[in-house]
Design a protein around this ligand. Structure first.
Ligand SMILES: Cc1ncc(COP(=O)(O)O)c(C=O)c1O
Length: 373
């Protein structure tokens, strides 16, 4: 156990990548005449960036890396900037899983990109479904014993999403810790904290430090920058350095760097925090109102910026919302989520519109009996 626990995490990575020789980027020295990168010497019309879009971005966005590390309370060498946390999921799977040999564990219903990236890489997907319970606060919890039982010599990654998408439920930290403890030295536990800013729970930094877990963050939700594609992978420096060699250089665009730095200014962060407060209040208001709707059988508690609801007929529900100009997400092919719909919490006026659409569905669906009475 101790020998396994002390095993260098990089031993789990694809051996051929461990000996990869990193790319050596051309030098960039502000103020010097840059004739070493085959760039255009002219700025494009309309280019309002500080660096100039005629120049390649830095090979790694180091200023942003430092600022994000400060934001998340970790050291810069513990953080890798990625194009959305989606790219962090991708690079982890590419770096650790050899096609047709290694596997990843996921706990559905959960974020579908883990499955997608595993499929693209040719890694086996082991699904250990979340546990169901009548008590909504215990529903969709981790099946810890079966996750641990599923670990085998070829399992490289275990994805845990908390708060989970699409259920909205946060995982019990004791369950997550039990999995981290069991996986230590055998597989990397990846804790996806995409929605953590909407929750009152602390992040999983303590488990990262204790067990070498990996944390994923994103700026797509909290600071309203889904279009900028910025995420972060937080892990031990050795792992960050290794993954940094697997990610190609120059991929993080200059406008994204400059926009994220602006969004992380004290004033902008203040606005983002106020909006989180509004969205959490709206989440509670929506949950309460939706729970009273005859066509909604169940509303799960949520720590995310969305609510999962069980409707009496998800097709009817989504169609009625669409007629009111609102798009919501149904899961017709997901086991256990057949009539469920995920509703993102919008601005108060948008939520009013949604509630009006639900009221219209209710009147259409007369004759259908509410099944959670
Ligand atoms: C749980 C979870 N993780 C990661 C992501 C990816 O976010 P992004 O790539 O925008 O950072 C999402 C997006 O919805 C998500 O729901």
């Amino acid at each position: 156990m101790t020998a396994m626990a002390n095993r260098d995490i990089l031993e789990l990575a694809r051996p051929e990548l461990r000996s990869l020789i990193p790319y050596t980027p051309g030098r960039y020295e502000p103020g010097s005449v840059r004739l070493n990168a085959n760039e255009s010497p002219y700025r494009a019309p309309g280019d309002a960036t500080a660096r100039g879009l005629n120049r390649y971005p830095p090979p790694r966005p180091e200023t942003l890396q430092k600022r994000l590390a400060e934001q998340y309370g970790v050291a810069p060498e513990e953080l890798l900037v990625t194009r959305g946390s989606s790219e962090a999921i991708d690079v982890l799977i590419r770096a650790f899983c050899a096609a047709r040999r290694d596997s990843v564990i996921v706990c559905p219903p959960t974020f579908d990109m883990y499955r997608l990236y595993a499929g693209i890489q040719g890694a086996e997907l082991i699904e250990v479904p979340l546990l169901r319970a009548d008590d909504p606060s215990k529903d969709f919890s981790l099946d810890t014993a079966n996750v641990i039982a599923a670990l085998n010599g070829r399992t490289k990654l275990v994805f845990i999403c908390s708060p989970n998408n699409p259920t909205g439920i946060s995982m019990d930290p004791e369950d997550v810790e039990a999995i981290c403890r069991a996986a230590r030295g055998q597989a990397l536990v990846v804790i996806d904290e995409a929605y953590i800013e909407f929750s009152s729970d602390p992040d999983f930094e303590a488990l990262r430090q204790r067990y070498g877990a990996v944390r994923l963050r994103t700026l797509s939700k909290f600071v309203s920058l889904a279009g900028v594609r910025c995420g972060a992978l937080i892990a031990a420096p050795r792992l960050i350095e290794f993954l940094g060699n697997v990610l190609p250089p120059y991929t993080f665009p200059t406008p994204s760097i400059e926009l994220v730095l602006k969004a992380l200014s004290t004033d902008s962060l203040g606005v983002s925090r106020e909006r989180i407060t509004v969205l959490r209040r709206e989440r509670a208001r929506l949950a309460k109102a939706l729970a009273k709707a005859p066509t909604i059988a169940r509303v799960w508690p949520s720590d995310g910026n969305f609510l999962l609801v069980e409707t009496s007929d998800s097709g009817l529900f989504t169609e009625s919302a669409r007629r009111s100009g609102i798009l919501v997400r149904a899961f017709p092919s997901h086991t256990g989520l057949g009539n469920c719909v995920r509703i993102t919490v919008g601005r108060p006026d948008q939520n009013d519109l949604l509630l009006a659409a639900v009221a219209a569905t209710d009147s259409q669906a007369t004759g259908k009996v509410r099944n959670n009475a």
